[in-house]
Design a protein around this ligand. Structure first.
Ligand code: ATP
Length: 596
């Protein structure tokens, strides 16, 4: 922004107008055409009005006003009709933009949300992804006013062109004088917009942090921790600091802004006076009649109003154009990273093979998972064990096709997941992730989440019972209809362990061929944990089951334990064999867990 010339900035406005037109055309071509036609017709109306005034005035300024009126009335009537038609066109364009605005805003927002959900997980790991995502969100939010701003701006141009054409036809000199009064205001507007954007640009990170902090300081999720650890004063200090930073930058910008706008207005005033003086000189020297000079004053007033719109909305469009560019750049970036791997449809797998499969995160040089060769079979319960950061969650992402391997291959039976259609893979997966979603939905939907419900609530109650949640759900005020969102009126909250049970119920409800549970019981009581692991065993014959857990007593139930150490498979086998083996990492971790 600091390097941008005024020309660079002015060039953004047509781009922004074009992008807005594209968005408008995509959501409602009829309304887009209506606005365009209205703009043209309103410009024609202004031109007709001004030329009619030009024709009427000389006739009115005759010695006998009555005769003058008789001669002038057809031109006056035309001017009135043209003005009324212009106003009607403006109202029609306003109606069309009001229909267009919400559609553009929804379409922009839906595009963003949809792209986020389709993107490869690797997109999230790209440097600065969340900043760009937030900037794009601002762009989508601003889209609600885009059509309105574009309409007012283009109308300003149309009016200006009409008035300028009429002025030129009256006397070519007038156009030059009009431009002189236009230029300082135009330049002033652009410089002021630049100051505004600079202020905005310099406060953006403070405002982003302030926004995040605001959520942390006001959400019920962190309210206990904040109070019990007496963090209020400390956090308030930080929040105040962010507010002060934004405030001081904005105040810094206020003085130059005032200076520029005053200077521009002063110069515009001087040039306007110059224009009137030129008109007076033309009349005095007989180069122009007083009537034509009167028309020129009306035309210059119209041009002045049009110019105000252009400057004001040009600055707004320039601002919005920047956000809109952020939006488009982000859409292009994420589109290039959406899951489009292949079209091969995957069936229920009997085996999952990893052949030298490894993974390196975009932000890291070293692999999170070094090449691994493994086969998992249906009917088998596999436990993944390892210290924090060993690569367990990364391995799960590869096994379930959530990410494709950076090297080697992951196959479900004979299908390489890199060539398979992602959704066809995930259809067979049931995942309880480490951080499971506390979806702000009814209890029923928290279990069924996007799945068919052929047998009414019978299956929902059955899985709730299997994870020990049936009683708790029955006791909710609305049973399965209860909204599970404390922050929403009428909503209820569950405990951490109850949410985990619900996440397990969700995975069981899917009856998946590949069941993956990443620390499913870390917040559960002993009874809940026992129940979940008993369920897993009972369900195991029909599926491939993979469990990640740090509670090593639970690992005994697995058919095979795979121990990861710094991204490598260090050992694998039956729990008892591994624990007993000399130098075993599992043995060491197990001994530590028993020592307390
Ligand atoms: N999105 C990411 N971007 C960059 N590095 C990551 C990302 N996710 C994980 N890592 C890194 O990859 C390594 C393996 O992480 P992973 O989450 O697979 O470990 P884990 O065994 O599941 O750990 P934990 O037991 O703590 O859940 C770690 O060094 C971690 O810092």
């Amino acid at each position: 922004m600091d390097d941008a010339t005024l020309w660079d900035m002015a060039r953004r406005i047509p781009t922004a107008l074009l992008q807005t037109a594209r968005l408008a055309w995509a959501v409602d071509p009829h309304m887009a055409i209506t606005i365009l036609l209205c703009q043209i017709l309103s410009g024609v109306g202004t031109a007709v009005m001004l030329t009619s005034v030009a024709r009427a005035l000389p006739r009115l300024t005759t010695a006998d006003p009555r005769t003058g009126l008789v001669h002038a009335w057809p031109a006056l009537a035309t001017a009135t009709v043209a003005m009324a038609a212009g106003a009607a066109m403006w109202i029609l364009a306003d109606w069309a933009t009001r229909r267009l605005n919400p559609k553009i805003a929804s379409a922009a927002d839906l595009t963003l949300v949809d792209l986020h959900m389709r993107a490869e997980l690797a997109a999230y790991d790209a440097e600065g992804f969340s900043d760009r995502s937030q900037a794009a969100e601002v762009g989508a939010l601003r889209a609600v006013d885009l059509a309105d701003d574009a309409k007012t701006l283009t109308n300003g141009f149309v009016q200006l062109v009409s008035a300028a054409t009429v002025l030129t036809s009256l006397h070519p000199l007038l156009l030059g004088v009009l431009l002189l009064s236009v230029i300082p205001r135009g330049l002033g507007g652009v410089v002021a917009a630049r100051i505004d954007y600079r202020t905005h640009d310099r406060t953006i990170s403070s405002r982003t942090v302030r926004g995040m902090m605001r959520w942390w300081l006001t959400t019920a999720d962190l309210a206990d921790e904040l109070r019990a650890n007496t963090m209020r004063e400390y956090l308030h200090f930080w929040y105040r600091t962010m507010c002060d930073r934004v405030e001081s930058r904005e105040l810094e910008g206020a003085r130059p802004y005032l200076f520029v706008t005053l200077l521009a207005a002063g110069l515009a005033g001087v040039f306007t006076l110059g224009m009137w003086a030129s008109l007076a000189a033309l009349v005095v020297t007989g180069a122009m009649t007083a009537a034509i000079a009167g028309t020129a004053v009306v035309a210059s007033q119209t041009a002045g109003r049009a110019l105000n719109s252009i400057v004001r909305y040009g600055a707004v469009m320039f601002h919005h154009g920047l956000y809109l560019s952020d939006y488009h750049a982000f859409v292009d970036e994420v589109r290039s990273m959406t899951a489009s791997r292949g079209t091969v449809q995957v069936g229920v797998p009997k085996e999952i093979h990893l052949d030298g499969a490894g993974y390196t995160y975009a932000a890291k040089d070293a692999p999170a998972l070094h090449p691994v060769t493994l086969t998992l079979r249906r009917g088998e319960v596999v436990a993944l064990v390892g210290e924090n950061g060993a690569g367990k969650s990364t391995l799960i992402r590869l096994l379930t096709g959530l990410t494709t391997a950076s090297e080697g291959t992951v196959r479900w039976d004979d299908t390489d997941l890199a060539t398979a259609e992602a959704e066809s893979v995930w259809r067979h997966v049931g995942l309880v992730p480490q951080k499971n979603g506390h979806w702000p939905l009814a209890a029923r939907e928290n279990i069924t989440l996007g799945q068919r419900r052929e047998q009414g609530d019978d299956r929902v109650w059955a899985v709730a019972d299997r994870v020990g949640m049936a009683t708790a759900l029955r006791e909710l005020p609305g049973g399965l209809d209860t909204l599970l969102a404390r922050s929403v009126w009428g909503g209820h909250e569950l405990s951490g362990g109850q949410w985990q049970r619900l996440a397990c119920a969700r995975a069981l409800y899917r009856e998946p061929a590949v069941l993956v549970l990443d620390e499913p019981t870390s917040e559960m009581d002993a009874r809940g944990e026992h129940q979940i692991f008993r369920e897993l065993r009972a369900m195991a014959p029909d599926r491939i089951t993979i469990v990640v857990t740090h509670r090593l007593d639970n690992v005994r139930m697995a058919d095979r334990v795979i121990v990861l150490d710094r991204g490598r498979v260090r050992e694998q086998g039956r729990f008892e064999d591994l624990v007993a083996a000399e130098g075993s990492l599992l043995g060491e971790l197990y001994a530590l867990s028993q020592e307390r």
